[in-house]
Design a protein around this ligand. Structure first.
Ligand code: DGL
Length: 271
C-alpha cells in the first residue's frame, strides 16, 4: 500500500510593538509562502524602545503565554530587536515551543564596511542593553562604531504605514550627529524592525552607496533550521492580525495589512 505523506502545515506566531515586524513577516512569507501567520501588534504597549528591559521581558512572557493558550502555533518569532535583546535566551525556559528573535547584525557588518565606519541605529533600550554594548566594545577595537538611538524614526515608520507623507528633513535631523563625523558610516545597521519600512526614505536622505543591513539576514536560516529539526503536528491554518488596543491607527493601517496577505483583524486583550 502506498504511504500517504502529509505535509505538515506550519503556523508562526510573530509579534512586535507595532508594524515593524511586518518587515520580518514579508521576508519570511517570500521565502516560505506555505507558512501561516498570526501577527500580534502590541500597540497598547507601544513603543517598546524607551521601556526597561525587565518591563519588556515581562510583557513578552505575558504575550506568549496568553496567545499560546488560545491558539496553536509551531514557533514564535519576536520580530522586534528591543524585545529580543530584552528576553532572549532566558524566555525560552518558560515555553516548550521554539522562540527566535532578531538582533542588530553587528558581526555581519564588519565584512561589509570598506571605510571601517559602521553605524547602528536602534532604540534606546536596544543600544543600552549590555549584550549590545559588549559587542560594540569588542568590535570597536578594529572598527569605528557609531550609534544613534531614535524613537522619532520608529514613529515616522508608523506614520508611513498609516499613509502619511514623511519628512526627509526630519530624518536628516535624526542623523545630524553623523554629518559631524570625519567619515560618514558606509554601512548602517538597521537595529529596529521598523526601519526597513522606511528604507526608500533613508536612501533618499542619507549619502549615496551606503549598505543598509537589517535583522532579517539571519532569521531565514534560523527558521529553516527549526523546520528541519522539529516535528509539527497541528496548527491553526489562517493568516490574521491580533491587536492589543483599538485605536484610530488600527483603522488607518487595516487596509495596508490586509494587502500584506492577512485575512482578518481581531482585538486581543493582554492584561
Ligand atoms: N520594532 C521595535 C524594534 O525592533 C521597536 C519599536 C518600539 O520602540 O516599540 O526594536
Amino acid at each position: 500500500m502506498n504511504k500517504i505523506l502529509l505535509k505538515p502545515k506550519i503556523t508562526i506566531f510573530i509579534f512586535d510593538s507595532g508594524v515593524g515586524g511586518i518587515s520580518i513577516y514579508n521576508q519570511i512569507k517570500k521565502k516560505f509562502p506555505e507558512i501561516y501567520f498570526i501577527y500580534l501588534l502590541d500597540n497598547q504597549f507601544f513603543p517598546y524602545g524607551i521601556k526597561s528591559k525587565n518591563c519588556i521581558f515581562k510583557r513578552c512572557i505575558k504575550i506568549l503565554k496568553k496567545v499560546s493558550y488560545q491558539y496553536h502555533f509551531s514557533l514564535a518569532i519576536i520580530a522586534c530587536n528591543t524585545a529580543s535583546v530584552s528576553s532572549i535566551p532566558m524566555i525560552q525556559n518558560y515555553f516548550s515551543f521554539p522562540i527566535i528573535g532578531v538582533t542588530p547584525v553587528i558581526k555581519y557588518s564588519i565584512n561589509k564596511t570598506n571605510n571601517g565606519v559602521i553605524g547602528i541605529v536602534a532604540t534606546k533600550t536596544t543600544l543600552e542593553h549590555y549584550s549590545i554594548k559588549k559587542k560594540i566594545k569588542y568590535f570597536s577595537k578594529n572598527y569605528i562604531i557609531e550609534t544613534i538611538s531614535s524613537k522619532k524614526l520608529v514613529l515616522l515608520a508608523e506614520d508611513k504605514i498609516q499613509g502619511f507623507n514623511i519628512s526627509l528633513k526630519k530624518i536628516k535631523k535624526i542623523f545630524n550627529p553623523w554629518y559631524k563625523l570625519k567619515i560618514f558610516p558606509d554601512t548602517i545597521i538597521l537595529g529596529c524592525t521598523h526601519f526597513p519600512l522606511i528604507i526608500d526614505e533613508l536612501k533618499e536622505t542619507l549619502p549615496k552607496n551606503i549598505k543598509f543591513l537589517d535583522s532579517k539576514i539571519d532569521i531565514i536560516s534560523k527558521i529553516q533550521k527549526i523546520i528541519t529539526n522539529h516535528k509539527f503536528l497541528f496548527s491553526i491554518q489562517k493568516n490574521f492580525i491580533l491587536y492589543t488596543k483599538y485605536t484610530l491607527k488600527i483603522v488607518k493601517i487595516k487596509k495596508y495589512l490586509l494587502n500584506q496577505g492577512f485575512n482578518f483583524f481581531k482585538k486581543f486583550k493582554i492584561k
